[in-house]
Design a protein around this ligand. Structure first.
Ligand code: F6R
Length: 240
Protein backbone atom coordinates (compact mmCIF):
# COMPACT_ATOMS: atom_id res chain seq x y z
CA UNK A 1 0.00 0.00 0.00
CA UNK A 2 1.33 3.38 -0.96
CA UNK A 3 -0.02 6.37 0.99
CA UNK A 4 0.21 9.85 -0.50
CA UNK A 5 -0.74 12.76 1.73
CA UNK A 6 -1.39 16.26 0.48
CA UNK A 7 -2.67 19.41 2.16
CA UNK A 8 -5.74 19.89 0.03
CA UNK A 9 -8.43 17.80 -1.59
CA UNK A 10 -7.62 19.56 -4.85
CA UNK A 11 -3.93 18.65 -4.75
CA UNK A 12 -4.84 15.03 -3.96
CA UNK A 13 -7.36 14.98 -6.82
CA UNK A 14 -4.86 16.46 -9.28
CA UNK A 15 -2.41 13.73 -8.35
CA UNK A 16 -5.01 11.00 -8.91
CA UNK A 17 -5.99 12.60 -12.23
CA UNK A 18 -2.34 12.47 -13.39
CA UNK A 19 -2.12 8.75 -12.62
CA UNK A 20 -5.32 8.08 -14.58
CA UNK A 21 -4.38 10.25 -17.55
CA UNK A 22 -0.92 8.68 -17.78
CA UNK A 23 -2.61 5.28 -18.00
CA UNK A 24 -4.99 6.54 -20.70
CA UNK A 25 -2.10 8.00 -22.71
CA UNK A 26 -0.19 4.70 -22.36
CA UNK A 27 -3.17 2.45 -23.09
CA UNK A 28 -5.82 3.88 -25.39
CA UNK A 29 -8.17 1.01 -24.49
CA UNK A 30 -7.75 1.23 -20.74
CA UNK A 31 -10.60 0.00 -18.56
CA UNK A 32 -11.48 2.32 -15.69
CA UNK A 33 -13.54 1.50 -12.62
CA UNK A 34 -15.29 4.68 -11.49
CA UNK A 35 -16.94 5.92 -8.31
CA UNK A 36 -19.49 8.63 -7.58
CA UNK A 37 -19.96 10.90 -4.57
CA UNK A 38 -18.50 14.12 -3.25
CA UNK A 39 -15.01 12.61 -2.92
CA UNK A 40 -14.52 12.28 -6.67
CA UNK A 41 -15.98 15.62 -7.78
CA UNK A 42 -12.63 17.44 -7.81
CA UNK A 43 -10.99 14.45 -9.47
CA UNK A 44 -13.47 14.59 -12.35
CA UNK A 45 -12.98 18.38 -12.63
CA UNK A 46 -9.22 17.86 -12.85
CA UNK A 47 -9.65 15.10 -15.44
CA UNK A 48 -11.79 17.40 -17.61
CA UNK A 49 -9.36 20.33 -17.35
CA UNK A 50 -6.24 18.27 -17.99
CA UNK A 51 -7.94 16.38 -20.82
CA UNK A 52 -8.60 19.71 -22.51
CA UNK A 53 -5.15 21.17 -21.88
CA UNK A 54 -3.26 17.99 -22.89
CA UNK A 55 -5.64 16.91 -25.69
CA UNK A 56 -6.25 13.48 -24.16
CA UNK A 57 -8.24 11.01 -26.26
CA UNK A 58 -10.88 8.98 -24.37
CA UNK A 59 -12.52 7.49 -27.47
CA UNK A 60 -11.25 3.94 -26.81
CA UNK A 61 -11.62 4.01 -23.01
CA UNK A 62 -14.10 1.65 -21.34
CA UNK A 63 -15.57 2.32 -17.90
CA UNK A 64 -17.49 0.36 -15.29
CA UNK A 65 -19.14 2.23 -12.46
CA UNK A 66 -19.15 0.69 -9.01
CA UNK A 67 -22.81 0.98 -8.20
CA UNK A 68 -26.26 2.35 -8.90
CA UNK A 69 -29.34 2.91 -6.79
CA UNK A 70 -32.38 0.71 -7.24
CA UNK A 71 -35.87 2.16 -6.96
CA UNK A 72 -35.31 5.81 -7.81
CA UNK A 73 -38.53 7.53 -8.78
CA UNK A 74 -38.75 8.96 -12.27
CA UNK A 75 -38.33 12.54 -11.06
CA UNK A 76 -35.22 11.46 -9.13
CA UNK A 77 -33.24 10.58 -12.25
CA UNK A 78 -30.84 13.38 -11.37
CA UNK A 79 -29.90 11.41 -8.21
CA UNK A 80 -28.82 8.43 -10.26
CA UNK A 81 -25.17 7.62 -10.62
CA UNK A 82 -25.59 7.56 -14.41
CA UNK A 83 -26.70 11.21 -14.24
CA UNK A 84 -23.81 12.05 -11.90
CA UNK A 85 -21.25 10.54 -14.27
CA UNK A 86 -22.73 12.11 -17.39
CA UNK A 87 -22.93 15.57 -15.89
CA UNK A 88 -19.64 15.53 -13.93
CA UNK A 89 -17.40 13.74 -16.43
CA UNK A 90 -18.70 11.92 -19.50
CA UNK A 91 -20.46 14.91 -21.12
CA UNK A 92 -17.17 16.86 -21.04
CA UNK A 93 -14.77 14.36 -22.63
CA UNK A 94 -14.88 12.34 -25.84
CA UNK A 95 -15.63 8.97 -24.20
CA UNK A 96 -18.07 6.84 -26.18
CA UNK A 97 -21.10 6.50 -23.87
CA UNK A 98 -21.74 3.03 -25.30
CA UNK A 99 -18.51 2.05 -23.54
CA UNK A 100 -19.64 3.37 -20.14
CA UNK A 101 -21.24 0.68 -18.02
CA UNK A 102 -23.38 0.63 -14.88
CA UNK A 103 -24.59 -2.43 -13.00
CA UNK A 104 -28.19 -1.47 -13.79
CA UNK A 105 -30.01 1.01 -15.92
CA UNK A 106 -32.04 3.28 -13.66
CA UNK A 107 -35.81 2.88 -13.55
CA UNK A 108 -35.63 -0.36 -15.46
CA UNK A 109 -35.80 -3.13 -12.91
CA UNK A 110 -36.57 -5.90 -15.37
CA UNK A 111 -33.39 -5.19 -17.22
CA UNK A 112 -31.64 -4.66 -13.89
CA UNK A 113 -31.97 -8.28 -12.92
CA UNK A 114 -30.41 -9.44 -16.13
CA UNK A 115 -27.63 -6.94 -16.42
CA UNK A 116 -26.06 -7.12 -12.96
CA UNK A 117 -25.75 -10.90 -13.20
CA UNK A 118 -23.37 -10.39 -16.12
CA UNK A 119 -21.45 -7.40 -14.79
CA UNK A 120 -18.38 -9.23 -13.49
CA UNK A 121 -18.33 -11.29 -16.68
CA UNK A 122 -18.47 -8.11 -18.77
CA UNK A 123 -15.55 -6.64 -16.79
CA UNK A 124 -13.57 -9.83 -17.32
CA UNK A 125 -14.38 -9.83 -21.05
CA UNK A 126 -13.13 -6.24 -21.28
CA UNK A 127 -9.77 -7.46 -19.95
CA UNK A 128 -10.32 -6.50 -16.29
CA UNK A 129 -10.15 -3.10 -14.63
CA UNK A 130 -6.80 -1.35 -15.13
CA UNK A 131 -7.45 1.41 -12.58
CA UNK A 132 -10.26 1.35 -10.03
CA UNK A 133 -11.12 4.66 -8.33
CA UNK A 134 -12.65 4.34 -4.85
CA UNK A 135 -14.07 6.62 -2.22
CA UNK A 136 -14.75 5.27 1.26
CA UNK A 137 -17.82 5.44 3.48
CA UNK A 138 -17.65 6.69 7.07
CA UNK A 139 -18.49 3.10 8.06
CA UNK A 140 -15.68 1.68 5.91
CA UNK A 141 -17.81 0.65 2.95
CA UNK A 142 -16.31 0.63 -0.52
CA UNK A 143 -18.83 0.81 -3.34
CA UNK A 144 -21.96 -0.25 -1.40
CA UNK A 145 -20.28 -3.18 0.30
CA UNK A 146 -21.56 -2.50 3.77
CA UNK A 147 -20.16 -4.01 7.00
CA UNK A 148 -20.71 -7.77 6.95
CA UNK A 149 -19.99 -8.11 3.22
CA UNK A 150 -18.10 -11.21 2.15
CA UNK A 151 -14.59 -10.78 0.78
CA UNK A 152 -15.65 -13.03 -2.10
CA UNK A 153 -18.74 -10.99 -3.01
CA UNK A 154 -19.40 -10.17 -6.64
CA UNK A 155 -21.87 -7.69 -8.15
CA UNK A 156 -25.24 -8.09 -6.45
CA UNK A 157 -28.23 -6.34 -4.96
CA UNK A 158 -27.42 -4.87 -1.54
CA UNK A 159 -29.34 -3.20 1.25
CA UNK A 160 -27.96 0.16 2.37
CA UNK A 161 -27.30 0.55 6.10
CA UNK A 162 -29.02 3.31 8.12
CA UNK A 163 -25.67 5.14 8.41
CA UNK A 164 -25.17 5.18 4.61
CA UNK A 165 -28.78 6.26 4.05
CA UNK A 166 -28.21 9.08 6.54
CA UNK A 167 -24.90 10.11 4.91
CA UNK A 168 -26.46 10.10 1.42
CA UNK A 169 -29.63 11.93 2.48
CA UNK A 170 -27.77 15.22 1.93
CA UNK A 171 -28.48 14.73 -1.79
CA UNK A 172 -32.22 13.98 -1.35
CA UNK A 173 -35.23 15.93 -0.09
CA UNK A 174 -35.33 13.76 3.04
CA UNK A 175 -33.85 10.59 4.51
CA UNK A 176 -37.04 8.74 3.52
CA UNK A 177 -36.36 9.49 -0.14
CA UNK A 178 -32.97 7.76 -0.19
CA UNK A 179 -33.29 4.36 -1.93
CA UNK A 180 -32.80 1.43 0.42
CA UNK A 181 -31.31 -0.85 -2.25
CA UNK A 182 -28.49 -0.61 -4.74
CA UNK A 183 -26.64 -2.86 -7.13
CA UNK A 184 -23.00 -2.85 -6.19
CA UNK A 185 -19.82 -4.45 -7.39
CA UNK A 186 -18.60 -6.82 -4.69
CA UNK A 187 -15.37 -6.79 -2.72
CA UNK A 188 -13.94 -9.54 -4.94
CA UNK A 189 -14.97 -7.61 -8.06
CA UNK A 190 -12.96 -4.64 -6.74
CA UNK A 191 -9.98 -6.71 -5.56
CA UNK A 192 -9.64 -8.13 -9.08
CA UNK A 193 -8.62 -4.65 -10.33
CA UNK A 194 -5.01 -4.31 -11.41
CA UNK A 195 -4.48 -0.94 -9.70
CA UNK A 196 -6.66 0.78 -7.10
CA UNK A 197 -6.66 4.46 -6.13
CA UNK A 198 -8.58 5.14 -2.92
CA UNK A 199 -9.35 8.76 -2.09
CA UNK A 200 -10.30 9.79 1.45
CA UNK A 201 -10.97 13.38 2.45
CA UNK A 202 -12.04 14.95 5.71
CA UNK A 203 -12.28 13.96 9.37
CA UNK A 204 -15.39 11.82 8.80
CA UNK A 205 -13.24 9.32 6.93
CA UNK A 206 -10.43 9.09 9.50
CA UNK A 207 -11.74 6.12 11.47
CA UNK A 208 -12.41 4.04 8.33
CA UNK A 209 -9.07 4.96 6.79
CA UNK A 210 -7.20 4.06 9.99
CA UNK A 211 -8.83 0.63 9.93
CA UNK A 212 -7.53 0.08 6.39
CA UNK A 213 -4.04 1.43 7.05
CA UNK A 214 -3.60 -0.65 10.21
CA UNK A 215 -5.27 -3.81 8.89
CA UNK A 216 -3.33 -7.07 9.11
CA UNK A 217 -6.24 -9.14 7.80
CA UNK A 218 -9.77 -8.66 6.44
CA UNK A 219 -12.26 -7.47 9.06
CA UNK A 220 -15.85 -7.77 7.72
CA UNK A 221 -16.91 -4.99 10.13
CA UNK A 222 -14.72 -2.65 8.06
CA UNK A 223 -15.09 -3.77 4.42
CA UNK A 224 -12.27 -1.42 3.28
CA UNK A 225 -9.78 -3.68 5.09
CA UNK A 226 -10.12 -6.20 2.24
CA UNK A 227 -7.72 -3.90 0.34
CA UNK A 228 -4.87 -4.19 2.86
CA UNK A 229 -2.80 -6.66 0.84
CA UNK A 230 -3.77 -5.64 -2.69
CA UNK A 231 -0.61 -5.61 -4.80
CA UNK A 232 -1.10 -2.10 -6.21
CA UNK A 233 -3.14 0.12 -3.88
CA UNK A 234 -2.52 3.88 -3.69
CA UNK A 235 -4.29 5.78 -0.92
CA UNK A 236 -4.44 9.52 -1.53
CA UNK A 237 -5.66 11.58 1.40
CA UNK A 238 -5.66 14.99 3.06
CA UNK A 239 -5.68 13.30 6.47
CA UNK A 240 -2.41 13.41 8.39
C1 F6R B 1 -20.02 5.69 -4.79
C2 F6R B 1 -19.52 4.71 -3.83
C3 F6R B 1 -19.42 5.00 -2.38
C4 F6R B 1 -18.75 6.32 -2.05
C5 F6R B 1 -18.71 6.53 -0.54
C6 F6R B 1 -18.18 7.90 -0.19
O1 F6R B 1 -19.98 5.17 -6.10
O2 F6R B 1 -19.24 3.64 -4.24
O3 F6R B 1 -18.72 3.95 -1.76
O4 F6R B 1 -17.44 6.32 -2.56
O5 F6R B 1 -19.99 6.40 -0.02
O6 F6R B 1 -19.11 8.86 -0.58
P1 F6R B 1 -18.70 10.40 -0.60
O7 F6R B 1 -17.64 10.53 -1.61
O8 F6R B 1 -19.95 11.13 -1.03
O9 F6R B 1 -18.24 10.73 0.77
Amino acid sequence: MKIITSDSKLACSAHAADIILNEIKRNKKAVLGLATGSTVEDLYDCLIKKTKSDGVDWSGIRSFNLDEYVGLKEDEYNQSYRYFMDSKLFDHININKANTNFPIKVNDKAEANQSFANYDEAIKNAGGIDIQVLGIGNNGHIAFNEPGSSIDSLTRCVQLTPSTIKANSRFFASEDDVPKLAISMGLRSILNSKKIILLAFGENKREALNHLINAKSFDPNWPCTCLHNHSDLIVITDLK
